[in-house]
Design a protein around this ligand. Structure first.
Ligand code: SF4
Length: 232
């Protein structure tokens, strides 16, 4: 099947959020939510997106973008996991032709795709989730490929690409000692950006049916010589 026809029929997007002033630093943007993910994080509240089918085609997304030329500056590729989409490079090329900036939210499991996007100048900013230290990674995400995440992180650091590292904190799933292990690892690898911590916000319908946090998270045990920002 020709690429054009395939992209018209395929529905990679679960949904489109028309406007956000919060999800792309310093930019007014739209969010494209890609269906499917290769993790199943216990605290994930996007169950419908992770397990559901896509509902919108590339063409739906691109005609929406055309209607926003001059009104929005950027597109956030989120999900689910956008880098799972095999046609992502061609899709980003089409977005770029419309002169939008692209931010990718990713779990980092597809270093080859991320490398291709970065080297092709098809992405402008990346938010990379550092889910958990290596020994806790599989328990929390149900995916054993810390090695792939690690390759993505090393690549972005080495490339000095504009990106941020972030972790969602559920204090019963990740203790402050484990966050400190992540920080130690980031220092060792030479990460010099800000480390964003996002507190888990309780909702009933998470993938792992996680409960409200019982443990408190002792922020005073975090190092004060590393740039940490709580994103609330
Ligand atoms: S929180 Fe985890 S399971 Fe949910 S979309 Fe992100 S990486 Fe996938």
């Amino acid at each position: 099947m020709k690429e054009h026809l395939r992209s018209m029929l395929h529905k990679p997007l679960y949904d489109i959020t028309p406007f956000t002033a919060l999800d792309y630093p310093d930019h007014l943007a739209t969010i494209f939510w890609f269906a499917k993910c290769d993790m199943q994080c216990a605290y994930c509240y996007n169950k419908d997106i992770v397990f559901g089918e896509g509902k919108k085609t590339e063409e739906d997304a691109l005609s929406f973008l055309e209607s926003r030329i001059g009104l929005l500056e950027g597109v956030v590729l989120s999900g689910g996991e956008a880098s799972l989409y095999s046609n992502l490079i061609a899709f980003c090329q089409k977005i770029k032709k419309l002169n939008f900036k692209i931010k990718l939210d990713t779990n980092g499991l597809h270093p080859d795709m991320i490398k291709a996007l970065v080297e092709g100048k098809l992405v402008d900013y990346i938010a990379l989730d550092y889910k958990a230290p290596k020994e806790k990674f599989q328990v929390l995400t149900k995916n054993k490929h810390f090695d792939r995440f690690s390759m993505t992180l090393n690549f972005l650091i080495k490339k000095q690409f504009p990106f941020e590292v972030r972790t969602t904190v559920h204090s019963d799933l990740l203790r402050v000692e484990e966050i400190n292990r992540i920080i130690k690892d980031l220092v060792k690898r030479g990460y010099e950006g800000t480390y964003y911590l996002q507190p888990f916000v309780f909702t009933e319908n998470t993938i792992g049916r996680v409960k409200k946090e019982k443990n408190s998270f002792n922020k005073s045990l975090l190092p004060d010589n590393f740039k940490i920002v709580w994103r609330i």
